[in-house]
Design a protein around this ligand. Structure first.
Ligand SMILES: Cc1cc2nc3c(=O)[nH]c(=O)nc-3n(C[C@H](O)[C@H](O)[C@H](O)COP(=O)(O)OP(=O)(O)OC[C@H]3O[C@@H](n4cnc5c(N)ncnc54)[C@H](O)[C@@H]3O)c2cc1C
Length: 471
């Protein structure tokens, strides 16, 4: 029995999903009500854990008739508050839909339940000697349904695209409970509107993804990882151009890191060391990979570094000599967000601009926030090969944490305004959720907002599917 959901509805649902799939005990609800960033309080009193698509369909039908709002939830690792429930809302968690359905190494596709974790999907692909390229630091717990619903990006977008581009087909339970089976593994299908794109990146506001067909790729037989220091942030785009000119499609990742980001990591993770002998303001972590054996990739990477040295914009660098060294270099990049926690309050921005504007964005945004809050510490890093900068800001040393965090909206408007002035986006990969919902109309045209609201109303006229998020 909960305060707001009628007990006869809970009984009906429990008859479908069993007691394991219907949680009401406050102790059981805690992990589902947790929110990654601590910005929002989730208040679900009922968490439903169906075991298959039919069960999802049945409980969505019951909730639809009873007018009960549903918040779809995967691994609950999202960073925009999209899986947070308000009072009277039910969380529908997909974790028990966790079967790999079909792996087809000839069609190069994998058909999966939405609740499979990302690492489970990667492992299933490897079992048939194929590669699923989506890769995030949260891959052990985030789920493919959450990845597709938030159109996740990550470390290999430059080469393989984001979650949207990796998806060929979807199965979705619509807000009225009907099942749309669009599980097609086709690379060509021009039969009208491509409906899957509505649900990809919709953050659960248009329906519940229960299954997907995703693309697979050949496994990389050779890879090289380099960590280089560049003279100025402007040289990052020059280096990207050089890497592409020499190495073409084999450039798999291109990650920028500021000196402050590296220093925070070195301070926080005792086992890591600075790979270069002297400090520099800016670094780039590059990864190259190819399915070919004896590809001469190593020689190509050495040529890129030599050309950068000769042109005086690469000032130092190393190429990983072993798998361990490669992992250490990646650890430097992936530990940044965590390392920031030790430095007090942090304001985070996940923006994108055209790649050519990345250096200008960083320079303008740093100057703007430094003039607004003297002593503020920009921690700049991210997937710069995709134009995606994580523009995080740590509080000035010795300042008051809560007073700094209270300026979140004001600083957000400045940073997002600069990105928008360059034709950029206020959310490159984390989504809108609750976090950026109020800001969205400031940066989207009236026509875009109107079309999005009309689509929402058309698919979910009673606004029961993840209400209050995105639009
Ligand atoms: C350490 C760390 C690193 C991260 N790195 C990255 C990164 O590099 N790139 C990146 O893009 N993100 C990153 N993220 C954010 C997050 O991991 C991704 O957004 C991930 O795709 C969310 O998946 P999830 O299963 O946890 O979704 P959840 O957090 O459960 O949900 C996210 C949104 O999707 C909706 N949703 C979930 N499942 C479904 C479904 N089956 N059907 C319909 N809607 C659904 C929810 O309602 C919510 O709006 C990171 C997070 C952490 C904690």
């Amino acid at each position: 029995m909960t305060n707001s959901i009628p007990s006869e509805i809970i009984d009906q649902i429990e008859n479908i999903v069993g007691s394991k799939g219907c949680l009401t005990d406050p102790a059981d609800l805690t992990p589902y009500n947790k929110e990654q960033r601590g910005y929002f309080v989730s208040k679900a009193e009922l968490v439903l854990r169906p075991a298959n698509t039919i069960e999802v369909s049945k409980i969505v039908t019951i909730c639809s008739v009873a007018g009960i709002p549903i918040v779809p939830q995967g691994g609950n690792t999202g960073l925009a508050g999209g899986a947070v429930a308000g009072p009277g809302e039910v969380i529908l968690n997909l974790s028990r839909l966790n079967q790999i359905r079909i792996v087809d190494p000839i069609n190069d596709t994998i058909s999966i339940d939405a609740g499979c974790t990302l690492s489970q999907v990667q492992a299933a692909a490897l079992e048939v000697d194929r590669f699923f390229p989506l890769s995030l630091a949260s891959e052990g717990s985030c789920q493919i349904g959450g990845n597709l619903s938030s159109n996740a990006g990550g470390n290999a977008v430059l080469r393989y695209g984001n979650a949207r581009e990796l998806t060929l087909g979807l199965e979705v339970v619509l807000p009225d409970g009907r099942i749309w089976n669009g599980l097609r593994g086709l690379r060509k299908d021009n039969t009208g509107y491509d409906l899957k794109h509505l649900f990809l990146g919709a953050e659960g506001t248009l329906g519940i993804i229960t299954g997907a067909v995703c693309r697979l790729f050949p496994v990389a037989r050779e890879s090289e990882t380099a960590f280089v220091a560049i003279d100025t942030v402007k040289s990052s785009t020059r280096l990207l151009g050089l890497a592409r000119e020499y190495a073409g499609e084999t450039v798999t990742a291109f990650e920028l890191l500021s000196r402050r980001a590296l220093e925070f990591v070195l301070k926080d993770v005792e086992t890591l060391r600075d790979p270069l002998s002297a400090p520099h303001d800016w670094y780039v972590l590059l990864e190259f990979s190819t399915a070919r054996k004896e590809s001469e990739l190593r020689e190509t990477v050495e040529e890129i570094l030599s050309a950068g040295f000769e042109s005086n914009f690469i000032v130092d660098g190393v190429i990983a000599e072993s798998g361990n060294q490669r992992q250490e270099l990646w650890h430097l990049r992936e530990a940044v967000s965590d390392a920031q926690k030790a430095e007090g309050g942090s304001l985070k921005h996940d923006i994108s601009v055209p790649i050519s504007s990345v250096p200008e964005f960083i320079e303008q945004a740093c100057a703007a926030v430094e003039s607004e809050i003297p002593g503020i510490r920009p921690v700049v890093f991210g997937h710069v090969g995709d134009g995606n900068v994580h523009f995080n800001l740590s509080q000035p040393v010795g300042s008051e944490r809560e007073a700094f965090l209270a300026r979140r909206n004001e600083i957000g408007e400045i940073v997002h305004g600069i990105a928008a002035s360059m034709g950029g986006s206020i959310s490159a990969e984390h989504g809108v959720g609750l976090l950026k919902k109020d800001e969205l109309p400031l940066f989207k045209s009236d026509i875009e907002m109107e079309l999005m609201r009309k689509l929402k109303h058309c698919l979910d006229p009673n606004s029961l599917m993840n209400p209050g998020k995105v639009v």
